[in-house]
Design a protein around this ligand. Sequence first.
Ligand code: CP3
Length: 345
Amino acid sequence: MSAEGAFLKACRGQAVPYTPVWFMRQAGRYLAEYRAIRAKASLLEICRRSDLAAEVTLQPVARLGVDAAILFADILLPFEPLGLGLSFAKGEGPVIARPVRSPTDVARLPEVDPSDGLGYVLDAVRTIRKALDGRVPLIGFAGAPFTLASYAIEGGGTRDFVTTKRFMYSEPDAWHTLLDRLATLVGRYLAAQAGAGAQALQLFDSWVGCLSPDDYREYVQPHSATALSLAAEGGVPVIHFGTGTSMLLEFMAQAGGDVIGVDWRISLDVAWSRLPGHGIQGNLDPAALLGPVPTLEAKVRDILRRAAGRSGHVFNLGHGVLQQTDPEHLRAVVDMVHEWSAAGV
Ligand code: CP3
């Protein structure tokens, strides 16, 4: 079976001859061939130039033998048409020049049509589909309303989400308006990516695990549901991912998504028993790739045993590939997953 078959079938919960595998952040600085492109172009330039975006999207497909490609873009790109001012400072991660800090800031946000403000990403999707030529399917993606709001409010990355939570609790009306605006934008953007050729979609709610279950339900779930129901109009499988979400899984699944992405803080079988009717993506600790191969092998085998050959498992890390990762270790994981799952380990 082609890799296209295995990944998309697993996303739909159908039986597969082997477990498909891809890695979040499989394109990036851990690859020398990515660093070579980055020496000539900034992150945002790569995103804007569809030829470069296609080149870096295909790099891990060639090098690792993964079963899916992920569009090269960034969850924060919608901040540019929203007028928030996005840049990536060397070694410091994203910087948002005009963060959203008041109800007035929320009211000022322009209406963004993704085919206009983010049309270059849709061009990249079309270019990448052509370049992939059916080898593996292409995953499109966007940031979830909460995770995007956290960057918009903090003005960059954060450990404690204090400014985000202060806004959420102090200005609940503006908070809901902000999340609703982001939800509509990313939902339409995801559907537009599917329209341009993305064969599956992933909604990244990377940081939502910082919330209590009650706060998730009150402040986030309705907006993730809006984004996911608009995304579903794209007609392709949707993966709903977060980290540190073991207390939120049922509520995330209620918000939507065919496959729920989980990290290593919960055992795969425990997560799965709580999510009837859903596929599961995960859940190797990316740090395990930094250890010796026998330890890595034991962890991969354990995940496959916990998946127990059920339909709907997409093997992945619990979060993105770390910069210090040896690509050979990722390649070894791809081979282990394919061989052992085909043999029914
Ligand atoms: O293979 C892929 O997954 C590539 C596409 C991709 C990127 N970012 C490119 C990128 C994807 C799917 C993302 C998602 C993303 N971006 C998330 C959600 C996933 C997660 O990790 O939780 C988040 C939170 C962001 C925001 C973001 N972008 C941060 C915090 C950073 C800085 C981190 C760092 O390592 O410096 C970025 C920059 C970024 N986006 C890089 C890449 C490959 C770093 C490499 C570079 O500067 O060239």
